[in-house]
Design a protein around this ligand. Structure first.
Ligand SMILES: NC(=O)c1ccc[n+]([C@@H]2O[C@H](COP(=O)([O-])OP(=O)(O)OC[C@H]3O[C@@H](n4cnc5c(N)ncnc54)[C@H](OP(=O)(O)O)[C@@H]3O)[C@@H](O)[C@H]2O)c1
Length: 242
């Protein structure tokens, strides 16, 4: 297991839901944080709480559906810190389409911008410096969504993330950079809705495993719920010997 003490993690969509738990879990392991949301006010309380625990925290804001905001966001991130660990967590799930064969093109474009295109652009900026240093962890949030064509915009955006990560995996062999997928499970967040079976807190410790494993593996699909209720040490053992 790698130590995260003093490393810098960048978490998109850190203001609430899964992202806020990722930030908490990373801070508990000693990682400094750059926290993203759409408005600095959305992460200010969380940042203040995490700073008390002794880590450095920087907050940044950007609307990820707006392609003009991505490069300025990444300029601010890179000016603040050298990012070792990236969680591409921010996403939107537009309301279900009401009838078959009627995917709204606007919903599709917005979902692809936030959930896929921004993810690729963020990786494209932050992965090369990781590769140059010979160490990095990229964890792209995905979903187990299947057989729900009424959620086409969301589902195809996440399928694109899966394809991107898996196709990159062979190229990352031996680079020190590991890029993997994380499905947090269906959880009662703003995105998951009130009928979801899972408590968002159950993403820990599983969500931390792809940041901690030091086995050179990329392209793996981690399910945070496989590790719910375990200690971090037990979760790591399970991940190493599935
Ligand atoms: N919850 C589930 O059941 C579930 C299941 C499978 C996968 N996932 C995945 O897990 C990840 C986290 O989901 P969640 O349930 O925690 O979501 P959430 O509670 O709705 O939180 C979404 C986060 O993303 C940010 N965000 C939303 N729209 C944005 C935009 N247009 N531009 C920039 N940032 C934006 C929000 O920032 P603001 O606060 O500023 O709006 C917030 O921090 C997502 O990738 C999701 O697809 C979730």
């Amino acid at each position: 297991m790698t130590s995260l003490q003093g490393k810098w993690s960048f978490v998109t969509g850190a203001s609430r839901g899964v992202g806020a738990y990722l930030a908490k879990g990373l801070a508990e392991l000693g990682s400094n944080l750059v926290l993203h949301s759409r408005d600095l006010a959305h992460t200010s309380e969380l940042a203040a709480r995490l700073r008390v625990s002794g880590v450095k925290v920087v907050t940044v804001a950007a609307e990820l559906s707006d392609p003009t905001q991505i490069d300025p966001l990444l300029d601010r991130v890179q000016a603040a810190a050298q990012i070792d660990i990236l969680y591409n967590n921010a996403a939107i799930q537009v309301p279900k389409q009401s009838a078959n064969w009627q995917t709204s093109v606007d919903d599709l474009r917005r979902s692809l911008e936030v959930n896929l295109i921004s993810v690729i652009r963020i990786c494209d900026r932050l992965a090369p410096p990781m590769q140059a240093r010979g160490w990095g962890r990229i964890i792209n949030l995905t979903s187990g969504i299947v057989d729900q064509p009424e959620q086409t915009a969301y589902a195809v955006s996440k399928a694109g993330v899966d394809k991107y990560v898996r196709d990159f995996a062979p190229k990352l062999q031996g680079s020190g950079v590991q890029m993997n997928l994380l499905d947090p499970g269906w959880l009662r967040t703003d995105l998951g809705g009130p009928n979801a079976p899972g408590d968002p807190a159950s993403v820990l410790p599983g969500a931390l495993i792809p940041a901690l494993l030091d086995n050179g593996e990329s392209g793996r699909f981690f399910r945070a719920q496989d590790y719910a209720g375990l200690s971090l040490a037990a979760a790591l053992q399970k991940a190493l010997h599935p």
